[in-house]
Write a protein that binds this ligand. Structure first.
Ligand code: GLO
Ligand code: MG
Length: 342
């Protein structure tokens, strides 16, 4: 959109500064204390913090001590001039969620998931955040016969309705991913979740967060997934990153694999007047040294802003004339030259 000069706000989660462990090897960098991570945000040009419930307070903290513990973190954010962008129940680490949370076959485990979600909403309220993100990590199966998929769909809808009724101010943002940790997820794509949004008790408070790597893992183009959700007015946050083909979830720096895909992503967000934060769910390489452990965040932000410059230099009239002539060879070269700075 020529002339538009929207200022984007950037966010990431404390988990994006990591110790470099992978399934084949232990940590390779020292742990960074939570408070020290919070002090990195502004230095790196970020304003928003993405949280899991237990990033804010440990699950051990009882309901009576909860307000005081949350207030401590809120004070930390206020002191740094940061805002909490999202809070997500971390429903994939606890022994009670081995077989999923909301879709578990065990009634006791489903109760744990719902109780923990209500607690997450309480935490979000106290820290001043209305965006509740649901990454449905273990809501799927390793073998398809393990659970009833019809029951699972209903249970997911019931869980979301419970949240919307529990607090009339929150927004639910589903973050869909087709696989990993499970072999197959029940809601593999944003499109699946969007269909569910319209069946909830409050579709106006039900939407999505889309992560680039998750779309790529589903064989979809992130910019098309985002455009589709934007058209529905339901793209309320993004996790921009990159992914080298169909393998484990890589969370590479934004644009580092496919710059043209990054261009199309930014182009769509910019043209649609996307209002949410630019979340960067990126991971440092295992080889990264301790001193460089936040470089992937700064780099991803810088790449986004550089790609934004390219997007803003695109002349809509030129694009339209190529389209009108059905000259897509010409249009392709025009875009490629923009990307090459020629
Ligand atoms: C994993 C997800 C994960 C979520 C985060 C917030 O693949 O991308 O990092 O974004 O836990 O719910
Ligand atoms: Mg993510």
């Amino acid at each position: 959109m020529a002339g538009s000069k929207k200022q984007y706000q950037f966010s990431f989660g404390p988990w994006n500064i990591s110790m470099g462990a992978d399934p084949f090897g232990p940590p390779v960098r020292k742990e960074v204390a939570f408070a020290a991570k919070i002090r990195e945000y502004k230095k790196l040009g970020f304003d928003g913090v993405q949280f899991h419930d237990d990033d804010i307070i440990s699950t051990e903290v009882g309901p009576l001590e909860l307000p005081k513990a949350v207030a401590k973190v809120k004070k930390m954010l206020d002191g740094e001039g940061l805002f909490p962008e999202i809070v997500a129940p971390r429903l994939w680490e606890h022994p009670r969620t081995i077989d999923g949370g909301y879709t578990s076959n065990s009634a006791a485990d489903r109760k744990y998931a719902l109780d923990r979600t209500r607690r997450t909403i309480d935490i979000a309220n106290q820290i001043g955040c209305k965006n509740i993100v649901l990454w449905l990590a273990r809501e799927g199966t390793y073998i398809r016969e393990a659970k009833c998929p019809l029951t699972a769909t209903q249970r997911l809808l019931d869980a979301i309705n419970m949240m919307l009724e529990y607090d009339k101010n929150i927004l639910i943002l589903g973050e869909m991913k087709p696989n990993e940790p499970m072999d197959m997820a029940y809601m593999p794509t944003p499109g699946h979740f969007l269909a569910l949004c319209y069946k909830t008790v409050d579709p106006s408070r039900s939407g999505v967060l889309i992560e680039s790597a998750h779309s790529i893992l589903a064989g979809l183009d992130p910019s098309d997934d985002m455009a589709y959700a934007l058209w529905h007015k339901k793209l309320w946050s993004v996790h921009l990153n990159d992914q080298n083909g169909l393998k484990y979830d890589q969370d590479k720096s934004f644009g580092s694999v496919d710059l043209r895909r990054a261009f199309n992503t930014v182009w769509v967000l910019e043209r649609a007047g996307y209002q949410g934060c630019v979340g960067l769910d990126v991971k440092a390489m295992r080889t990264t040294k301790q001193a460089d452990q936040t470089r992937h965040l700064a780099n991803s932000r810088e790449i986004f802003l550089k790609v934004l410059d390219v997007v803003r230099s695109v002349d809509d009239k030129v694009v339209e004339s190529f389209r009108a002539e059905r000259d897509y060879e010409g249009l392709e070269l025009y875009i490629m030259k923009k990307l090459m700075g020629k």
